[in-house]
Design a protein around this ligand. Structure first.
Ligand code: HEC
Length: 127
């Protein structure tokens, strides 16, 4: 009986995390919050998600330099068409399309991907 309860709470917990794997402002899934899909903030929501890109792009893989430092916003918008997610290389490569050298970083149904898309739709603001 106890074992059954334990197993179901583990499954419940796993379910929660798979639905909302990323907390606001964190890229490691450790937070309890959810990524919003309106009023996105580059600094609080998007930049933490892009920290995973620096592994290859701090060194300029494919010609895109992104080191996540003081120029992070300028570096990010250089591959974004504000308001046009379908024309934004940042988003296209994030989901592994266009033969992205880094493969799929966030799949197109993930919270992280949806948040980046929403930020672009809202005009890719420096906020
Ligand atoms: C494991 C290494 C690796 C990671 C991690 C990685 N990339 Fe890449 N990326 C590459 C390579 C290699 C290329 C060059 C080949 C190509 O064009 O896909 C590239 C190309 C790109 C380009 C095209 C550059 C241009 O100017 O056309 C963009 C945009 C891009 N990546 C975005 C991202 C984003 C956003 C992330 C993080 C969410 C990311 N990448 C994570 C390896 C990586």
């Amino acid at each position: 009986m106890i074992r059954l309860i334990l197993i179901s709470s583990i499954l419940l917990t796993a379910g929660c995390f798979s639905e909302h794997p990323f907390g606001r402002g964190q890229s490691d899934g450790s937070a309890t919050g959810e990524l919003p899909l309106t009023n996105l903030s580059f600094n609080s929501d998007i930049k933490p998600l892009l920290s995973t890109c620096t592994a290859c792009h701090a060194a300029g893989a494919g010609g895109w330099v992104y080191d996540g430092g003081v120029n992070a916003y300028a570096q990010a918008v250089s591959v974004v068409s504000p308001g046009l997610p379908g024309q934004s290389d940042l988003l296209i490569n994030t989901r592994g399309a266009a033969n992205h050298g880094g493969g799929t970083i966030y799949n197109a149904s993930s919270d992280a991907y949806n948040a980046i898309e929403a930020w672009i739709v809202e005009g890719a603001l420096d906020n």
